[in-house]
Design a binder for this molecule. Structure first.
Ligand code: GFB
Length: 315
């Protein structure tokens, strides 16, 4: 990457895209382009083509996607496969047709089989059935990885796919119906404390294990991989910091200062029992995550308070 290059960040308002913009700005990259959803609908091929012909970006971070937690994935199954396929097909193909020098596609750890061997190596992709609750999303992401690979093979493009583990941080979605587990728990525990509740209800048995990565660590990894011109292997991005959902809830209770009981609603699904990424590949390239889960949780809770997220989502 050099500072004269034009960099397009698709999805700049989301958790990942906003962290990539923040990290690029901090590193002195100011030649950035981004459009809001209202200005450019990435599910429309004509709009995307026109945008690429007019703007001619050199580099693309493809962080635009329809995302959500277990309930959203399982409820809006049609939208999760349709919108993600449309966005990624349009952006990746426009990048190929308009001589983009390098594109980085954001995947997800849910592309691996439900009962995958742990930790999950990149080579385990497509070796078993997927988890039902997020199968449509995972299939779309797998298609995106394969589209990048196919264009690289056929047209000599320099597109790369990265697979982050469960992410968290500033600008996350705190809506209780559609969010991922970490922001949902942060908000639930905060509300329980504010309203002096005796208990907080969490979904499932609390036994599934999840690995969490702060989104600023992910953004640093994305810049690191973008800089590896010619490196097109799919690569995992994780932290190795794995906790059960119950342990995560306890950590959040401690940070928020809530001492009530944790109750499990086992009518809600658990999802994948475990998904820990093997990060040997990116570690050997020279990248390592830095932010410890406890520190990242404290920082994210601070952001939640300072940005008055509680009041915003409640209104
Ligand atoms: O982040 P999450 O929604 O999705 O976490 P996944 C789900 C786990 O947290 C399940 C438990 O074991 C839930 O039972 N959980 C407990 C809760 N309380 C809550 C709560 O209040 N809200 C939520 N959302 N969960 C996602 C995929 O899977 O992983 C995405 O759905 C993406 O597609 C992401 O791939 C990385 O971790 O199961």
């Amino acid at each position: 990457m050099d500072k004269s290059q034009k960099i397009y960040i698709a999805g700049h308002r989301g958790l990942v895209g906003s962290a990539i913009v923040r990290t690029l700005n901090q590193a002195g990259f100011n030649n950035l382009i981004y459009k809001t959803h209202a200005e450019l609908d990435l599910t429309h091929q004509d709009q995307v083509n026109d945008f690429f012909v007019r703007q001619r970006p050199d580099l693309v971070f493809l962080a635009a996607a329809k995302v959500g937690g277990i309930h959203a994935n399982n409820t809006y199954r049609g939208e999760f496969i349709y919108e993600n396929l449309m966005v990624q097909n349009n952006v990746i193909t426009a990048a190929k047709n308009n001589q983009v020098k390098r594109l980085l596609f954001l995947g997800s750890s849910c592309i691996y089989p439900r009962d995958c061997m742990q930790p999950m190596k990149e080579e385990y992709l497509l070796t078993g059935p997927l988890e039902y609750t997020n199968e449509p999303y995972a299939l779309a992401k797998i298609a995106g990885i394969k589209l990048c690979e196919a264009y690289n093979n056929q047209y000599g493009t320099d597109f790369v796919s990265v697979m982050p583990t469960n992410l968290y941080g500033p600008n996350d979605n705190f809506d209780l119906e559609t969010s991922h587990v970490l922001p949902a728990l942060m908000r639930k525990v905060h509300e329980a404390k504010k309203t002096s509740q005796k208990s907080v209800i969490i979904w499932g048995t609390g036994k599934p294990q999840r690995e969490f990565l702060h989104v600023d660590d992910l953004a640093s990894a994305c810049l690191f991989i973008m800089n590896k011109t010619g490196f097109t292997d799919m690569v995992n991005i994780g932290s190795g910091q794995e906790v059960t959902i119950r342990e995560l809830t306890e950590m959040i209770c401690e940070i928020v200062g809530f001492e009530g009981e944790i109750i499990h609603d086992t009518s809600k699904p658990d999802g994948t029992p475990r998904k820990l990424l093997d990060t040997l590949k990116i570690n050997q390239l020279g990248w390592q995550s830095k932010i410890k889960l406890k520190d990242g949780l404290r920082q994210t809770y601070q952001w939640f308070l300072e940005n008055k997220i509680f009041e915003k989502v409640a209104s």
